[in-house]
Design a protein around this ligand. Structure first.
Ligand SMILES: [Zn+2]
Length: 273
């Protein structure tokens, strides 16, 4: 079990290194087939050059934070995962604090949280957590790791993979494009919002949604950033495998079968849709 508390500086891993680890964790969490992350994908996601990623991969590997295999990419070790979760907790909690307490828009907070997050001590994080109403998710729907280092498990699916009709809830938005975020907020399509997926035109045509009492048509591109879940799955009650200190086997968590039906880095199917 990881515990961020009482660790003034858990590891002397720099915020930049933590950011790479967190991004690798995030990329892996969206993959369905593997928890290895391609370093090219990572370079794209982070807007840096492949040589810069290669240098960072070398540093992270040397410190035992990742494994790296040619042609396969990189994978977080338990220590790397711990750093990633610590970074993600600070980042996502800061985002929620900025939105709920300080009144920022959800399209404004990613960059701010990138700068502020690493400076947030666990004591400050605790207070932010209280003031923001103990959120389970960031404004964009991403799960916030707990203070004891556990990652809540999100069960969702991209909207374009769902066959209508279906009663759904917005789970996450997988974009940091401010214009898309502003538009989605105007439509009311933010995490936690229930809606009906009414129909979809054939051949990649538009999708018709009913949000409260009005209908809205959205295109495939926008639908592609929306991740949705069954209403009962929005509240996060399960955690990813948290036996991350030594035991990486799925048998190690001691959780009931349903709770560990999929390993971290895999995307479970949306239930009941
Ligand atoms: Zn966020």
């Amino acid at each position: 079990m990881v515990n961020f508390r009482g660790q003034a500086n858990p590891s002397h891993v720099s915020p930049v290194m933590q950011e790479y680890l967190a991004e690798a964790y995030r990329v892996a969490s969206y993959q369905t087939d593997s928890d290895w992350v391609s370093t090219t994908d990572l370079a794209d996601r982070m807007g840096v050059s492949p040589p810069a990623v290669a240098r960072m991969v070398g540093r992270l590997k040397k410190r035992g934070l990742i494994e790296h295999e040619p042609y396969q990419g990189m994978r977080l070790t338990p220590a790397g995962r711990r750093e990633a979760l610590h970074y993600l907790r600070q980042h996502r909690l800061t985002e929620m604090f900025l939105v709920r307490v300080m009144g920022f828009g959800w399209h404004e907070v990613h960059g701010e949280a990138e700068a502020l997050g690493p400076a947030v001590s666990e004591r400050v994080a605790d207070r932010m957590n209280e003031l923001a109403g103990r959120p389970q998710r960031c404004p964009h729907g991403e799960p916030i790791p707990t203070a004891d280092g556990r990652m809540p498990r999100v069960v969702d699916k991209v909207l374009t993979a769902i066959t209508p009709p279906a009663s759904l809830v917005i789970s996450r938005v997988n974009t940091d494009d401010p214009e898309k975020l502003i538009y989605l907020a105007e439509l009311g399509l933010t995490p936690g919002q229930p809606f009906e997926f009414v129909s979809r035109a054939p051949f990649e045509g538009p999708l018709r949604l009913r949000i409260e009492d009005h209908e809205q048509v959205i295109g495939v591109e926008l639908a592609g950033v929306l991740r949705v879940c069954a209403p009962q799955d929005f509240l996060l009650t399960e955690f990813e495998d948290d036996s991350n200190d030594a035991d990486e086997s799925p048998e190690g968590s001691g959780l009931p079968t349903r709770k560990r039906r999929r390993r971290r880095g895999k995307q479970p199917p949306v239930t009941s849709i």
